[in-house]
Write a protein that binds this ligand. Sequence first.
Ligand code: SAM
Length: 263
Amino acid sequence: MAHDTDTDVDFPSPQRGRGGRGARVDPIFAEPRLAAIYDAFDGKRSDLDAYAAIVEEFGAKRVLDIGCGTGSFATILAARGFEVTAVDPALASLDVARAKPFADRVTWIHGTAVEVPAKKADFAVMTGNVAQVFLEDSDWLATLRATHNALRPGGHLVFELRDPARRAWERWTPDATRRRRDVPGIGAVEAWTEVTQVDLPLVSFRYTYRFESDGATLTSDSTLRFRDRSELEANLRSTGFTLLEVRDAPDRPNREFVFIAQR
Ligand SMILES: C[S@@+](CC[C@H](N)C(=O)[O-])C[C@H]1O[C@@H](n2cnc3c(N)ncnc32)[C@H](O)[C@@H]1O
């Protein structure tokens, strides 16, 4: 989850387990029952308006959404007339995405940035703190290299990361994160998050979902990596990008770094 604007609690975005094309994917994205309720717990997503404004600011036409999840951003862009390719290793999330309005205008790819055609995109995005799911430097750098390869020369990349100095995980407690949502066709679901280990730069946590319709309780364990700004600057340089700017996320002031880089 990117964050929950209803309550101003910054929810963690998880990853673990094996998913499409060898990438590690957490149950919250890969388990159909959890993918089906993901959007209901993901808040209003005003972050996506800010990202759409950046895409427009750079005059992009062909956009690549890496780690598109349930396709919220890809379908917003498709509705606005952008040519969108969206990639994610979690098939259950892609199934949710494909059922959304304007999904038929998106090219969906089950996999990772490595599976994306070369030099086609003007602009690549990773919303919802996708960049934090890569625990090993080798995976993260391979994703940056593949993204570089997917962009035409001069194309742009934008992605966000939580500022580790803000220690977001300290707010991921069951009390601060507990929610109950009525999900159409599924019924009421209660959810909460708890941190299970802090071993910086890695933070592990567990989502729990209780389905009131049948009493089922499903959990999803995750670990995220909190990289600092200087590390990211070095990663971009070593994979061939020029860093143009680091902005604040307008919807989450002082919490995130929004990196804008160019091939
Ligand atoms: C927190 S979600 C964000 C989804 C979407 N970008 C959004 O803003 O709603 C993180 C996504 O990253 C995807 N992911 C995990 N490993 C990946 C990888 N190696 N390459 C691309 N995406 C990956 C997950 O399947 C999940 O959909």
